[in-house]
Design a protein around this ligand. Sequence first.
Ligand code: IMP
Length: 179
Amino acid sequence: MKVKDLEFKKLIPADKIEKKVAALAKQIDKDYHDRTPTFLSILNGSFMFASDLMKHLTIPCRISFVKVSSYSGTASTGQVKTLIGHEESLFGLDIIVVEDIVDSGLTLQKIMEDLKGLGAKSVEAMALLRKQEAREKNIQVKYVGFELDDEFVLGYGLDYDGLGRNLPEIYKQVPANPK
Ligand code: IMP
């Protein structure tokens, strides 16, 4: 399958994703049976994952959607990222951050730092996908769907230049002309 200039092939079929999302929801049902967690879905990439996850959960829970803004800081600080869009207070809440993919882990680390400063009672992270670099750097993600190598993927919320988010499966990039 071609998306713009890149070639992709199927990596994880839709039924496998659905089973994994259901299993993650079951685990959260169990771990949070006596709490009412608030899911913070990090837009744009996690919209489909978060939506499917919610359908499988049976415990009372809430969801909010937030963004991580990137803007240029000073020359010395380079790219600065901040969490934006959470209107309600997060004070005293049990937060579960929902990410599509953790690659270098920098985005997630920054989000976790921001949330701790906002007085949440507990903060855990979940990601549908985790890449090799995050594993090597031991980025803490309590709930992980699938472990990936260092490959570029799209589909099921993830994009390449804004495209591919609508695909129900996950695809990985392949060389245009494999030898
Ligand atoms: P990190 O800060 O390097 O962990 O990057 C996290 C963000 O980069 C994710 O939330 C995605 O939006 C994006 N990203 C990282 N890897 C991929 C990929 O393979 N496909 C699409 N987006 C990606």
